[in-house]
Write a protein of this length. Structure first.
Length: 147
């Protein structure tokens, strides 16, 4: 397994060729679904980032791990029940097919969730600036006059 990989290429290269193949498939699948996401290593695993950590994936002794955050699993609990192995963990055994259709739904859900959180944070910042009178200083505009 990968020890302190600096990037996803190094992480994947540290495995046997068959494992590399599937890790690259996972990576490319996520890239296709979320081309605007950036890649990094987080918690020692390949991670896709979009306004926060989106999903992590990894290879272990006998399975691939996929970590979409507990909410990404809870949303599709019935479909993911056989793969769930922890609060935010999905396990796909090496000898079984990865359920790409379900992963696509989970990834899309996580994208929507991260974007909503980011937009909510921006709205809270704007509202706080307006309430405290910093809207004019920060250049934030509000519609108080139009209300």
């Amino acid at each position: 397994m990968a020890e302190k990989a600096k990037n996803i290429d190094e992480y994947i290269a540290s495995f046997d060729i068959e494992i590399q193949k599937t890790l690259n498939e996972l990576r490319n699948f996520i890239k296709t679904e979320v081309p605007e996401a950036t890649e990094k290593i987080s918690y020692g695993m390949p991670t896709f980032y979009l306004k926060g950590n989106l999903v992590h994936f990894a290879a272990f002794k006998d399975h691939y791990g996929f970590f979409p955050n507990p909410s990404g699993i809870d949303e599709f609990e019935e479909e993911l029940n056989t793969y769930r192995s922890g609060k935010g963990t999905l396990r796909f055994p090496f000898n079984k097919r990865i359920p790409w259709d379900i992963l696509k739904k989970v990834i899309q859900y996580r994208v929507a969730e991260n974007l909503k959180k980011a937009n909510d944070k921006i709205s809270k910042t704007k509202n706080a600036a307006i309430r405290t009178g910093y809207a004019d200083i920060t250049g934030l505009v509000h519609d108080r006059e139009q209300a």
